[in-house]
Write a protein that binds this ligand. Structure first.
Ligand code: GDP
Ligand code: IMO
Ligand code: MG
Length: 424
């Protein structure tokens, strides 16, 4: 199970693709097209929002019930993959909720209405779709295959959406109910052969002794319950949520892999204690190409903050860490790691639920010596962990020590092959 230990964009996509080589199946368990997962293979860049990153390995890929599915994005992604010669073996849960255009419209209107409470969403309709799911108004994939049920549910849902748009948020969009139903039925027909009981298929595969990789979207600090509420997303991003998002019991999970970027990045609003608004922050953003995969927004960058990482290790039961983008820190000296926060005389060593308190948290740093700018990463990758610059090894060992879990992989470039295996 792969989880993000920070605010998303930890390079879960790259790591999923890397690990998918040895997996039999790959399943997405949360989020929707708000995710942007980039995989680079032999110089070619692939961006995924919904299709699990394991697709490039030719493995069967699954969209679990915990995901919210945007028909337009999925259709486009599948067409692109097919045009590039891939034959995606995609399976979609009949219980997955569907995102409609009016969800995206409402997303924008709600953000405007929220003012300072807005999270700076991706405008992919995520919050409104999960709201409908929780309020039991939602449309599931299974409904797209039953015209009578779809019409009956849409009749209520579109009226509600129209009232919210026009009367609550004072938007000027008029929804065409019949068109929405026709489009939904058409999409249902195009995916009908992929629709299945994902929980049953994944459990059967596990019972046969197969290896299943669970690909997380977002990160722990964006989790609906444990994230920096209300500045996070609307799905359960943690390992426990992955079990409900696919329909497997926790006893079936034997590894929880926490992906951690060697520094911090955040796209969207809310406090980021280690954010750097100086030239070091700019350097990290430029070298790390920290611009959103989904929205193109510049990501806020800063020093590695171990408080969220430790928090994630606890919440997810992380058994091993994968540290990514280590190469980006080359040439920055000294490096800083935040080990706890301080508020006045008080020490804070976890993520507080109290937003006012979190906003006041000042990072307490430990300084470490950086490594030179001009590392020959190709050589390092071919020789393995021991060939890393000494200072980089000390940096990684300090992360292990503070997080309390071993590092199993280190990523030193976007390419699939730019990965160092420490232990399996
Ligand atoms: P995800 O959402 O967690 O899958 O992460 P994103 O794909 O949104 O962001 C990670 C970005 O970093 C992508 O552009 C990757 O191609 C790139 N990347 C991944 N691993 C590395 C690495 O080790 N070094 C560098 N320089 N870039 C990386
Ligand atoms: P991946 O899978 C980084 C952020 C948004 C916003 C908040 C809520 O690529 O790591 P939403 O559209 O979900 O309602 O937005 O969450 N956010 C992400 N930030 N990576 C992501 O996904 C994100 N998905 C959502 O910027 O602050
Ligand atoms: Mg991303």
């Amino acid at each position: 199970m792969i989880v993000g230990t920070q605010w998303g964009d930890e390079a879960k996509g790259k790591i999923t693709d890397f690990l998918a080589e040895k997996a039999d199946r790959v399943v997405r368990y949360n989020g929707g097209a708000n995710a942007g997962h980039t995989v680079v293979v032999n110089g070619k860049k692939y961006k995924f929002h919904l299709v699990p990153s394991g697709v490039l390995r030719g493995k069967p890929v699954y969209i679990g019930n915990g995901v919210v599915l945007d028909p337009e994005v999925l259709t486009e992604e599948l067409e692109t993959l097919k045009a590039e010669g891939f034959k995606p073996d995609l399976h979609i849960s009949d219980r997955t909720h569907v995102v409609f255009k009016f969800h995206k419209i409402l997303d924008g209107l709600q953000e405007k209405f929220k003012g300072n409470l807005r999270a700076g969403t991706t405008k992919r309709g995520i919050g409104p779709t999960y709201s409908d799911k929780a309020a039991r108004f939602g449309i599931r994939v299974a409904d797209l295959l039953e015209e009578k049920v779809l019409k009956w549910k849409m009749d209520v849902l579109v009226d509600l959406a129209q009232k919210l748009i026009s009367q609550v948020y004072e938007g000027d969009v008029l929804l065409d109910k019949q068109q929405i139903i026709d489009d939904a039925l058409h999409f249902g027909q195009t995916i009908a052969d992929c629709v299945c009981d994902v929980s049953a298929e994944i459990n059967d595969a596990l019972d046969r002794g197969e290896t299943v990789l669970f690909e997380g979207a977002q990160g722990t600090l964006l989790d609906i319950d444990h994230g920096v509420y209300p500045y996070g997303s609307s799905s359960s991003t943690v390992a426990g949520g992955a079990c409900t998002g696919v329909g497997v019991g926790p006893t079936k999970i034997d590894k929880v892999i926490g992906v951690t970027k060697a520094y911090t990045s955040r796209v969207g609003t809310g406090p980021v204690p280690t954010e750097l608004t100086d030239e070091i922050g700019d350097k990290i953003r430029n070298v790390g190409d920290e611009y959103g995969t989904t929205t193109g927004r510049p990501r806020r960058c800063g020093w590695l903050d171990l408080v969220p990482v430790k928090y994630s290790v606890r919440l997810n039961g992380v058994s091993q860490l994968v540290v990514t983008k280590l190469d980006v820190l080359s040439g920055i000296n000294p490096l800083k790691i935040c080990i706890r926060y301080r508020v006045g005389e008080k020490t804070v060593d976890t993520i507080p639920a109290n937003l006012g308190l979190f906003e006041l948290c000042e990072p307490v740093y430990e300084e470490l010596e950086g490594w030179p700018e001009n590392v020959d990463w190709r050589k390092v990758v071919s020789k393995g962990y021991d060939a890393l610059p000494e200072q980089a090894k000390i940096y990684l060992e300090r992360i292990e020590e503070l997080a309390g879990v071993p590092i199993s992989l280190v990523s030193v470039g976007p390419e699939r092959r730019e990965t160092i295996v420490i232990n399996d």
